[in-house]
Design a protein around this ligand. Sequence first.
Ligand SMILES: Cc1cc2nc3c(=O)[nH]c(=O)nc-3n(C[C@H](O)[C@H](O)[C@H](O)COP(=O)(O)OP(=O)(O)OC[C@H]3O[C@@H](n4cnc5c(N)ncnc54)[C@H](O)[C@@H]3O)c2cc1C
Length: 377
Amino acid sequence: MNRTFDVIVLGVGGMGSATCLELARRGRRVLGLEQFPLAHARGSSHGHTRIIRTAYYEHPGYVPLLRTAFAKWHELEQLTGRHLLTACPCLNVGVPGSELVEGVRASVREHRLAAEELTAADLARRYPPFAFPADCAAVLEHAAGFLYVEDCVRTQIDAAVSLGADVRAEEPVRGWKAVGEGVEVTTDRGTYHAAKLVVTAGAWATRLLADLGVPLAVMRQTLLWFDAGGRAADFRRDRFPIFIADVPGGPFYGLPAVDRFGVKVARHYGAPELPDPAGVTWDVTAADVAAVRPLLSRHLPGLGPLTKGQVCMYTVTPDRHFVVDTHPRHPQVAVACGFSGHGFKFAPVVGEVLADLALTGATTHGVGLFSARRFVG
Ligand SMILES: Cc1cc2nc3c(=O)[nH]c(=O)nc-3n(C[C@H](O)[C@H](O)[C@H](O)COP(=O)(O)OP(=O)(O)OC[C@H]3O[C@@H](n4cnc5c(N)ncnc54)[C@H](O)[C@@H]3O)c2cc1C
């Protein structure tokens, strides 16, 4: 089979599905190629929920993109009639001087965001399940919530297909190359040509974009759910916030109990850096659970037994910022990778940026922080 498209999107997970949708909305002939079944659980976009927040501790430069992302998630809900984003406050708590709390405060200051500083007494009164040291600083923001991650991916794909995108599952890409001003992409089933290529391959960017000059590594991460026990009401989302805690043994984060599986808890980073996804083992082990137990006994002592666990992959850059750019040697190729464990919330705006970059080579969104060139020389 040999067919020609305006744009091929390599990898249809969180970012690829958003890009297919954005290109289809712009009336382009788009082919999305995914190696696994759609909305699968062997990449980085699964595990029921993803946090979305605005007071971004990672860098204030993300805040304008977050505002667009919120608007675009709500727009997608309106377009499809599906519920994707649930509003829920986010509590950021950390030992004095922690990167988390100081970073949140910096974004709040720079962008005049609404956030509440809480004392230890406020914390104890509002959120009785927590046990943080009295000298911890805490900042609560209300412009936050969580996304139903698999539903988001499926909805982006369905919307893209309804607008004419050709999205193919279980068709692994074996290679791509620039041919003249266009691209050629080879799979087990055929060779495809397009004017442009967008590579959104998640953890497999370690192989497919090995020539990019970006030092990417893969990190195995475990998501764990714990029974809310006899205190189920205290962990409901009208009473319990999303939280991120920068404490010794962490950082770790969690979400309120929204179903029978209870409270979701995970450590952020802290796992060995692997060269590619082949080194990831997909079963949750007793060691994974043991790694969070001390954090739970210290800071969330009321939680009951484990109800569910899942493994997922981060693809990290050395500075933990994303890569969203045109390929330095091939202007007809746009790339997005290295989302470093905090990218999903941005998917619709990343899709918009990638569509801009693929079609025009530039974007009006502020993505200078995500240059692929920052690691070279
Ligand atoms: C445990 C965990 C918790 C997280 N929590 C949050 C959070 O709360 N908030 C947040 O914003 N972010 C969070 N993230 C990060 C976020 O989920 C990721 O940044 C985001 O999902 C990355 O999307 P992606 O499209 O780059 O990767 P993926 O969704 O993995 O998509 C890449 C796709 O490319 C496909 N592919 C790869 N190679 C090929 C090939 N050769 N041929 C065809 N297809 C191919 C893959 O199969 C995959 O479907 C979390 C991540 C994890 C793992």
